[in-house]
Design a binder for this molecule. Structure first.
Ligand code: SF4
Length: 345
């Protein structure tokens, strides 16, 4: 089991639940826009939010956002140790740096500030930031990512830091999986998972789901960030769905539905979609099945707490695998919703 690190009021690692992170994408210097986006991401369910601090005006935006936020805020620093120190002083709950891009003196000063404010740090190595000596030795490989990251970790440890989270991301899903598997064997610091620059749309969602999903299934990883060229709210939504699919978050209403086929005489797709929308904010472990025929539907939906098996004119409503009513199709969905609501009240 990995070490447990405290980030603001949230834990990463140990037995702590897996957290879902994202990053703001408005200009950090635009205080109002930044604060609004942080609020939107909190509402969407972000456990931790990262903000880039890329220049001095961004420090002010960051400071105001930290004051208003109710979730931990991480400062993303590229190479400027002075900005890292300013972000720490502005109230960062954690910083993300690439020590390979800083001078030794810069790293030392950042470490002194981390110790003084007692906050953790993430070292993040991507394919683009592999240290030269490892790139020459191992090219752009999983091993090069791991060796680079561990070098950074040793540098921080030499400066008295042991409050560390590590990431080794690649835009190549398989390389990402292999790198984290190697890394997990060599460290007990908690790992931040993600497939970097995964792209957008379904392709990116699939890459992240496979990469993050394979690792979490192995028991590797303590916090995740789905990287999408999209509104960061989508990153949170997809991240949460990954945790749900893996049984790491059971507090939700799972709407399962059949794929439909030539036997379907009921609006399975529409009904499932409406139920999903209706119960999307209900944080209770519950399974509802929407099936397109009575003959197979009842059997296939047996595992669900509630369900509907639609027929040509009438639908069968069931609870815990038992038939409880047969209702005209146009009233069936409401009947089911009432039944579920009674259980939830
Ligand atoms: S439940 Fe019935 S309608 Fe749905 S896919 Fe199976 S056989 Fe077809």
């Amino acid at each position: 089991m990995s070490k447990k690190i405290k980030v603001g009021n949230v834990y990463i690692g140990g037995e702590a639940p897996i957290t879902v992170q994202t990053m703001t994408n408005v200009l950090s210097a635009d205080v109002n826009k930044l604060i609004n986006q942080v609020r939107e991401l909190e509402i969407a369910g972000a456990d931790i939010i990262r903000i880039t601090v890329n220049d001095l005006p961004a420090v002010e935006g960051f400071k105001q956002a930290v004051k208003k936020a109710s979730v931990p805020i991480v400062a993303d620093i590229h190479f400027d140790s002075n900005l890292a120190i300013k972000a720490i002083e502005a109230g960062a709950d954690k910083i993300r740096i690439n020590p390979g891009n800083m001078t030794d003196l810069g790293v030392k000063k950042v470490c002194d500030a981390l110790k003084y404010y007692n906050i953790p740090v993430r070292v993040g190595v991507n394919s683009g930031s592999i240290a030269k000596k490892y790139y020459e030795k191992y090219k752009n490989s999983d091993l090069a990512l791991v060796e680079s990251a561990l070098d950074h970790v040793r540098l921080l440890e030499k400066n008295g830091i042991d409050n560390i989270v590590i990431s080794v991301k690649s835009s190549d899903t398989v390389k990402t999986i292999n790198a984290y598997r190697l890394l997990a064997k060599r460290t007990d610091y908690p790992l931040h998972l993600g497939v970097t620059e995964a792209g957008g749309g379904e392709q990116a969602i699939i890459k992240s789901s496979i990469g993050i999903g394979a690792l979490l299934t192995d028991g590797i990883g303590s916090t995740i960030r789905v990287s999408l060229s999209d509104n960061p709210i989508r990153e949170i939504e997809v991240g949460k769905e990954i945790l749900r699919a893996l049984g790491k978050d059971n507090n939700f209403v799972d709407i399962i539905s059949c794929p439909t086929c030539g036997r379907t005489e009921f609006d399975v797709i529409g009904c499932a979609e409406r139920l999903r929308e209706k119960f999307k904010n209900t944080k209770v472990p519950l399974k509802i099945a929407v099936m397109g025929c009575v003959v197979n539907g009842l059997g296939e939906g047996k595992e669900a707490d509630f369900g509907i098996a639609g027929g040509k004119e009438k639908s069968v409503i069931f609870a815990n695998g038992e038939k409880v009513a047969t209702v005209e199709n146009d009233k069936a969905e409401n009947y089911l919703v009432d039944l579920v609501r009674r259980k939830l009240d």
